[in-house]
Design a binder for this molecule. Structure first.
Ligand code: SDX
Length: 435
């Protein structure tokens, strides 16, 4: 556990002589924490924190976010520097191992991942069980969860080598699973992975190529893909990562835990927001309709939300959104797409929202999802694939956090409590006596 400070807090229950003094602990950066593990035993009370807005579920050394300033760091390295200088597999190594690799380690890691990108040939038949119009996230949940039916040799969560192999398999195979989910929905043959390509190039190849002609990966698109994967790789204890940790705390195998994370990410309040942003922009349609849309968002009787805005942690600009916005311009320019109406509409919407007291007062700023959908659409991905791309990028973060959980001596099965406000005890009433 992190270091204890000299500071404490003492809780006294009014009307009783029961009190508890709790030490304040501090980490490398960020908010200090009160260790409340003795609270119930000492005072017979629980804390109440729906949505866990003020609750630290674990100690972690992986990712640090300062939401007030808009800082994101993977293992201490600022996201802006990793986005500019690094590549996705190097970031995967950093997240998993805690340090940047030297050349030899980087080459060994890359070779290890790129030589595990194939799926067991029988997994192809899984896809046939889905309707052609199945959402790719439904396919991803199903196929990833079923990987534990194939890889019995890496399910021992207490064996470091099994954990290492599972991490490699998941990072290596998620792009193949995602690309094949797309190919299945459009009725095209699956493209087998190619070990001679980079991780991002290989994904674009499997996604876009067809057997009938040569496919040259556009370097602008592969660089953009690599950048998008870096930006989505990890993000502290978000909903899907917390889902993976909770599943992992029961001893479930890593494939089942990652499938649970994919399911959790799917929600429009979380990773599904990038898809929802595109739908929102299409519904708005034109800059002239922005004021009417924003008035609907501000109307409490309306359930409209400005998708891609707001964040539980960021109360300032999401640093990833700034990087993606710039990448949007670069990709559109490189592709010769002069003035994407969606990007123009999004930028106009952002500009208006950021001057509106409703959003300013609530500290609602663009998050990573506000622009990611626009760049993905410009890169030729269907909207239904956006969250699947988020999932394949976040898999390294999920598996890193899962490994940290398994090795954390302080961790035990996650089991929150509640405040019960249901009926007091009462006796059963026979049918004849019911009204
Ligand atoms: C991701 O956690 C992570 O790290 C997630 C993520 C990651 O990398 O893993 O960063 C990825 O999920 C980004 C978020 C993507 N989701 C969206 O863009 C969906 C739209 N955003 C909202 O649903 C919302 O902002 C959340 C879910 C992101 C955060 O919700 P909170 O923290 O529970 O905030 P809240 O609902 O308590 O909002 C506070 C106020 C409320 O108004 P009041 O009741 O105070 O009047 O702000 C309002 C909300 O109604 N509000 C919004 C809004 N988000 C919050 N109003 C309009 N549009 C919005 N988008």
């Amino acid at each position: 556990m992190s270091g204890t400070t000299q500071k404490t807090v003492t809780i006294t229950l009014d009307g009783t002589n029961r009190k508890l003094t709790i030490p304040l602990m501090s980490g490398t950066a960020g908010a200090d924490v009160f260790d409340i593990r003795k609270l119930y035993n000492e005072l017979g009370v629980f804390t109440y924190d729906p949505g866990y807005g003020a609750t630290a579920s674990c100690e972690s050394k992986v990712t640090y976010i300062d939401g007030d300033v808009g800082i994101l760091q993977y293992r201490g390295y600022p996201i802006e520097q990793l986005a500019h200088h690094s590549n996705f597999l190097e970031v995967c190594y950093l997240l998993l191992n805690g340090e940047l690799p030297n050349k030899a380690k980087a080459d060994e890691f890359t070779k290890g991942v790129m030589h595990h990108t194939m799926l067991h040939e029988q997994i192809r038949s899984f896809y046939n069980g889905f309707r052609r119009d199945a959402h790719p996230m439904a396919v991803m949940c199903g196929v990833v969860g079923a990987l534990s039916a194939f890889y019995h040799d890496s399910l021992d969560i207490n064996d470091p080598e099994s954990r290492r192999i599972s991490a490699f398999r998941l990072i290596a195979k998620l792009p193949t699973i995602a690309a094949w989910a797309h190919k299945y929905t459009i009725g095209q043959p699956f493209m087998y992975p190619r070990n001679d390509l980079t991780y991002a190039e290989n994904f674009l190849y499997m996604f876009h190529a067809v057997p009938t002609e040569e496919y040259k990966v556009n370097p602008v698109l592969s660089r953009a893909m690599d950048l998008i994967m870096i930006l989505h790789a990890d993000h502290e204890q978000n909903a899907s990562t917390s889902t993976v940790r909770l599943a992992g705390s029961t001893g479930a195998n890593p494939f089942a835990c990652i499938a649970a994370g994919i399911a959790s990410l799917w929600g429009p309040a979380h990773g599904g927001a990038n898809e929802a942003v595109l739908k929102m922009l299409a519904d708005i349609g034109h800059v002239d309709n922005i004021p009417e849309f924003l008035s609907e968002v501000k109307d409490k009787n309306n359930h409209a939300k400005l998708m891609g805005f707001g964040h539980r942690v960021y109360k300032n600009y999401d640093p990833r959104a700034k990087i993606i916005q710039q990448a949007c311009h670069d990709v559109l320019k490189e592709l010769g797409i002069e003035g994407d109406p969606l990007l123009d509409l999004a930028m106009a919407l952002e500009k208006i929202a950021l001057t509106d007291p409703y959003f300013i007062d609530r500290k609602l700023y663009p998050n990573v999802d506000f622009y990611s959908g626009i760049i993905l659409k410009a890169m030729g991905f269907p909207t239904s694939m956006f969250t699947a791309l988020f999932a394949l990028s976040r898999t390294v973060g999920w598996i890193t956090q899962w490994q940290e959980l398994i090795q954390d001596p302080e961790q035990r099965i996650g089991r929150p409590r509640q405040i019960y406000t249901g009926p007091a005890e009462r006796d059963y009433v026979g049918m004849a006596d019911r009204t």
